[in-house]
Design a protein around this ligand. Structure first.
Ligand code: FES
Length: 112
């Protein structure tokens, strides 16, 4: 994993129950979807690689999130596209939990 440059506050653990997704905006307007998969937190870019759909608006089904636009699916642990029409992965970000606070780590290349 690349070095984290900035940890962005991503809300409360207690307000993101399992199976739910929260949209977090980075300092350079990066859209990040933070997902709770059975108590494990994952963060991915909130932009579908098929045609820009907002993944936070889709359904989280186990470790996969479904794009609400055309139904592509991504593994939130790795960012890999698991179902067409998307073929390219989405970016993933590290997540840190401190007590009841969540943070998403942005790396130098996250900003572009
Ligand atoms: S924009 Fe996500 S499947 Fe088309």
């Amino acid at each position: 994993m690349t070095d984290v440059e900035t940890w962005v506050p991503a809300g409360k653990v207690s307000e993101l129950p399992p199976g739910r997704v929260r949209l977090v905006t980075g300092p350079e307007d990066q859209r990040i979807a933070v997902c709770n998969v059975d108590g494990e937190f994952y963060a991915i870019e909130d932009v579908c690689t098929h045609d820009g759909g907002s993944l936070d608006q889709g359904e989280l089904d186990g470790v996969e999130i479904e794009c609400p636009r055309h139904g592509a699916r991504f593994d939130v642990r790795t960012g890999a596209a698991t179902l067409m029409p998307a073929v390219m992965p989405v970016q993933t970000y590290p997540v840190r939990v401190e007590g009841d606070d969540l943070f998403v780590g942005l790396t130098p290349e996250s900003g572009s």
